[in-house]
Design a binder for this molecule. Sequence first.
Ligand code: C2E
Ligand code: CA
Ligand code: CA
Length: 348
Amino acid sequence: MENRFSLVFEGKNENVSLFLQALQYRFEKPFQIANLEYYATACIVEMDSFCELTSENVMERSRYFMKAAKRQGKGAYLKITAKQLEEKEQQKLIEKALQHAINHNEIEVHYPPIFSLKQNRYVSAEALARLSDQNGNFIRPDIFIQVAEQNGMILELGMLIFEKVCKFIHDNPLEELGMEYIEINLSVVQFMQERLAEELLGVMKMYKIPPQFINLEITETATATSNTYLMRNMHTLISKGISFSLDDYGTGHSNLSYLIDLPVKLIKIDKSMIQTFGARKTHIAMECTVSMIKKLGLKIVAEGVETKTQLEQMKQLDIDYIQGFYYSKPLNEQNFLLILDSQNNQLA
Ligand code: C2E
Ligand code: CA
Ligand code: CA
């Protein structure tokens, strides 16, 4: 039998914790009913106050945090701060926006073009997801992707984004406009799905996408997760002609074995390395990293190049590709096509 009770204390009451601890202590002793002694357990969640207090939102919040308390075991005591409540609220709003966007196919994809220093033109682009809430407010992708990963929506969302990119490639003459491939981010959660490779290949078949036109970006954190499906998916996709990039290199663990073992073609050096290049130690680290990656026969994308100075530094290091606001911010489909079109006209 499960019963939930909420006690609401008015005003600022420093004694709330003491009261709840006393309550918890009371449950350690038996309750006497008639001549019998009964033991009962209680999980207690102490929540800071929040505005617009209604019985509904008190119960709703307590339901969520009670689940968390129960995961800690019988008799758990959990103290939830106003900040945690606010984060939970925020997460709920993001989940709502995500669900709406999924249901109404409203997720957008923007494309920051990637410049080849050798060919002196744009040769690829990354696909970046864009989501706004119902009031049109932009939600940062790193935030909504994390929420989607936590609640599992990333599977549906990831496929939706992938399909959107495939449709875009199918509907437009990207190859004629100088594009060699499009880079698409994949979450580790997607990679751990047994049938990921088949599903991606199915979408590509539907839109008749040549496999060499797709490059999938994975992160070190993804590959650090030892999951049998992950490597299997990667090898199946590679065997069909799809290539991989290692994203955000220079953050996280930067384990050298990833460079050696992973079947990736491109290494994307994280913007934090590029933007602190001026510091002596980063400079040395970058020089050594770049020379090692090159000796391994892999190509390099420098991400987050914003200034002329940074561009010159990357040129000196003989980096292959540049992505960053110096060339262009991520563009919507229409503006991305325009920039490629104007590049083609200039080169003609
Ligand atoms: P990321 O994959 O490292 O993507 C690059 C991020 O760096 C993008 O942020 C991009 O706008 C930003 N960036 C690129 N050049 C510059 C620059 O010169 N200066 C600055 N300040 N920033 C630059 P964005 O679009 O906010 O995406 C953030 C992260 O969200 C991505 O990081 C990626 O981890 C995730 N993400 C975005 N779209 C997707 C998606 O479709 N699927 C998955 N799984 N993750 C995605
Ligand atoms: Ca990326
Ligand atoms: Ca990156």
